[in-house]
Design a protein around this ligand. Sequence first.
Ligand SMILES: *[C@@H]1O[C@H](CO)[C@@H](O)[C@H](O)[C@H]1NC(C)=O
Ligand SMILES: *[C@@H]1O[C@H](CO)[C@@H](O)[C@H](O)[C@H]1NC(C)=O
Ligand SMILES: CC(=O)N[C@H]1CO[C@H](CO)[C@@H](O)[C@@H]1O
Length: 353
Amino acid sequence: MSFFRQNATIISGIGASVLLGSGLTLLLVRLNSISRDLRQLAASVAKLRDEVKDFQDKFTIRKRRRLQGFYSVTASSGDDDDDIYQDAYGGSDLESLKELTGEYVQLTENSTVGTDIAAKDIFKQTEDLFEGSNDDKQLAYELLITNKSKISGTEEFYWRLSKSAYLLAQIFNEQGNPERKKELLYEAVESATTSLSLNEQDGNAHKWYAITLGSLNEYQSTQDKIKNGFLIQEHTKRAIELMPSDPSNHYMLGRWCYSVYMLSWLERKVAATLFASPPTATIEEALDEFLKADKLKPVKWKENMLFIAKCYIELREYDKAKEWLNNASKVPIKDANDKEAQVELETLISKYG
Ligand SMILES: *[C@@H]1O[C@H](CO)[C@@H](O)[C@H](O)[C@H]1NC(C)=O
Ligand SMILES: *[C@@H]1O[C@H](CO)[C@@H](O)[C@H](O)[C@H]1NC(C)=O
Ligand SMILES: CC(=O)N[C@H]1CO[C@H](CO)[C@@H](O)[C@@H]1O
């Protein structure tokens, strides 16, 4: 199978000779200079990518099962996903998730804001506006932009600007303006990056870097998605270290573990082809994170409870799964995400309840 031969090509490509295989054709290529070596390797990588794509098309992975979570959360909405590696946190599915964007703000010990009253005042205003209507969210963005000269230069400013651009991107998405949405999402990643560079100790900087990076998935190649998957996991873990009591980070990490656990053999092969060590996670790790999020969340979180039940299903602990499914289904529906979770809950209850 040429797919695997190509794989071998990459490994041996740095050597003196390269075996290029495609279908039945075998070609022995002697490489006599480093630059040629590199050109060849680049071509092999390009070819490999095509073959990976071929594989995806041939085996129509999306028909195999509906993947849940980190790499392909959108599948949970019942949509066909054309790609193995979907939006990190569920993209449009989770973009409106209040639980994710709800802030557990804690000024870090080394916060560069210090006692700057004007900045604190503006931040307080933005926090309130973030919780409000679409108009309020738009105002929050404008407030940060117009006061930028006074309060920029701190990580506190930049992660809020990142969050604000991210929230605004969703509004433009709702309004059918994908160009502006894309622009704002890239801007959001840039601001989060700046925030991180100003203070690596700020948990919110890590959190917003992870969230916004995940939101770029629809614009990226499979390879970049996997690469970013690792980055997102790393920064979510760091956010947890710095803000252990923020339930949303545990939920995000839980989703990551769950979806990595659910990756198929073939998907793992694809990941292993592109990266030396493909991501690994256990269902116990996923469950642990969801349970932590549940404990930390002051009010019941339907979607998180659904995922706890799904972990118990994977662990074949059906009594526990049933209890969580039933309890989750009783949590009042507040938004679109709850509504979607409810549909899945009812399907699972009819099967396991
Ligand atoms: C604050 O900064 C000091 C020195 O720069 C460092 O030793 C300390 O660990 C930092 N504290 C936090 C919470 O980042
Ligand atoms: C489910 O709800 C019942 C009744 O409120 C409660 O006693 C029980 O502890 C809940 N179970 C879980 C796993 O949360
Ligand atoms: C403290 C401060 O200068 N706040 C300004 C921030 O920007 C708004 C306009 O969006 C001004 O009205 C505030 O005076």
